[in-house]
Design a protein around this ligand. Sequence first.
Ligand SMILES: Nc1ncnc2c1ncn2[C@@H]1O[C@H](COP(=O)(O)OP(=O)(O)OP(=O)(O)O)[C@@H](O)[C@H]1O
Length: 227
Amino acid sequence: MDNVIAVRDLRILAGDRTLVGPVTFEIEHGSTTGLCGPSGAGKSTVLRALVDLLPHGLRRDGHLEILGREVRYGKGDFALRSTVVLVPQTPVVFGGSILDNALFGLRHLVRASKQEMRDRVEQALKEAGLWNEVKNRLVSPALDLSAGQRQRLCLARSLALEPAALLLDEPTSALDERSRDTVEESVAALRGRRTVLLVSHDPAQVARLCDTTVRIEHPETVALAAG
Ligand SMILES: Nc1ncnc2c1ncn2[C@@H]1O[C@H](COP(=O)(O)OP(=O)(O)OP(=O)(O)O)[C@@H](O)[C@H]1O
């Protein structure tokens, strides 16, 4: 099976200080991989590094390959923005309609006809398990949706881009149990059909949703283990 993402000796640095890593892992096409590790080890920061969204002042060192090509990010990497897509921990929903929110990424990153975009969004909403709840109110404000629905809307927005890999940062951590279950069902439905990297604090959730696990540790722990 081919790798979608390959990371080798990835470090995140603030000046000369290593905040995260080194981390080495590969994400196989069609897999759901859990990214685990203690609080502060750098799970969220690794996801952000993979999509070139590191906070100001942090930088990446080491190798990152996406679909077999070394990635540096910079000018001319526009297509990569829809190749690996991050769904943040807190759903980013803005004050337009449900449809506008679902179309947002497509409108900005993909050239397609209106009908094609509409079809892709419908398919993505179905895949995210939200279609039946919103199909009769696509023009209603997205801010009327519940927290779990908002998270699934963000999932749909990303799925509509048909990314090679989807990065989910603690998608259920801010949700009550019922909403958590609906989001989990959506992530479970992607298994084997999409390539997913899922950050989760919850070993039971990782066991439920993931085929394989990558564990990252604090830099001091990595250094100790290396002797
Ligand atoms: N903007 C920043 N500036 C400086 N340090 C940062 C910044 N963002 C994160 N860090 C540091 O990077 C390290 C990794 O943080 P990160 O949030 O990625 O960990 P995490 O494993 O996702 O933690 P948690 O499970 O608690 O969410 C931590 O030491 C954190 O303090």
